[in-house]
Design a protein around this ligand. Structure first.
Ligand SMILES: Nc1ncnc2c1ncn2[C@@H]1O[C@H](COP(=O)(O)OP(=O)(O)OP(=O)(O)O)[C@@H](O)[C@H]1O
Length: 274
């Protein structure tokens, strides 16, 4: 279980996240929505300590994440993989090398930089690529891939970390609807098949409604909604998005590409509705 207690972040007088309380059980798929600047990325980046909190506490299975330093922090970042909007891959390296850099923590920095990986590790990386339908491009230079393919490679890299949580910061914001669906299907499959908790910042409402067990709405640094998709009425969504409501509603994945993924959805209570 991941627990945030009164977690906040201020950048030089600008409060990005106001004291937030959140409990995320293992295996949940959570979507964080809200207009630009609402604090979604900052909240996510605090969880794996890319941004250090200004106040409050993060706990995972009772371990205090907020106090971690050095090797302990590197271990946490390995358990808590991150997927970014712009993929963060090295374009001039081939796909499989990019994926194997996800083994950095397990393998050691020097060996990883020297690209000395065992046959077992290569096989592990190929299996991860295969799950994402990308094994056939394992030896291809990464910058020859499309955006959707790159994001699938980035997810494979996150998978070989063998994480307990996967954080995805706007993973489909740069993708066309078809690739967005492939990437969201992949994240949902990882969540359901491996039991990995997925916390995903999403710009579009329908994507969050379609794929997530639970939606968290942020507005001006506050959590203003926390509940299952069915509890998020259009009225509540309009409150969360404010002036960006029309965009958030119209930017939804096309209705033909959106299909409710199969699989059970756990019961989620609605905590806050403003
Ligand atoms: N490194 C930083 N330095 C200063 N201010 C920052 C920094 N990162 C974020 N902010 C500010 O914190 C606030 C929240 O930003 P954040 O990126 O978390 O919002 P967001 O909801 O993820 O927005 P978007 O969807 O546009 O990425 C904004 O006012 C932003 O300008």
């Amino acid at each position: 279980m991941l627990e945030l207690r009164q977690l906040s972040k201020e950048f030089k007088g600008n409060v990005a996240v106001k004291p937030a309380d959140l409990t995320i059980p293992d295996g949940q798929m959570v979507g964080i929505i809200g207009r630009s600047g609402a604090g979604k990325s900052t909240l996510l980046r605090m969880i794996n300590r890319l941004n250090d909190p200004s106040g409050g506490q993060i706990q995972f299975h009772g371990r205090d994440i907020t106090a971690m330093k050095g090797r302990e922090l590197r271990k946490w970042r390995n358990e808590c993989a991150m997927v970014f909007q712009q993929f963060n891959l090295v374009g001039r390296l081939n796909v499989i090398t990019n994926v194997m850099t996800g083994r950095l923590y397990h393998h050691g920095f020097v060996s990883s930089m020297l690209q000395q990986f065992s046959a077992r590790e290569r096989a592990f990386a190929v299996r991860a690529l295969d799950r994402l339908g990308m094994a056939h491009v394992a030896l291809q230079q990464t910058d020859t891939l499309s955006g959707g393919q790159m994001q699938r490679v980035a997810i494979a890299r996150a998978l070989v970390q063998e994480p307990k949580i996967m954080l995805a910061d706007e993973p489909i914001a740069s993708l066309d609807p078809l690739n967005a669906k492939v990437v969201m299907d992949a994240l949902r499959a990882i969540n359901q098949e491996d039991g990995i908790t997925v916390v995903c910042n999403l710009h579009t409402l329908d994507t969050a409604r379609t794929y997530c067990d639970r939606i968290i709405g942020m507005q001006d640094g506050n959590i203003v909604f926390d509940g299952p998709p069915k509890a998020l009425t259009d009225k509540a969504a309009r409150t969360i998005y404010g002036a960006e409501a029309a965009e958030a509603f119209s930017e939804a994945l096309t209705s033909t590409s959106l299909q409710q993924p199969s699989g059970k959805r756990p019961e989620v209570e609605t905590r806050v509705v403003n």
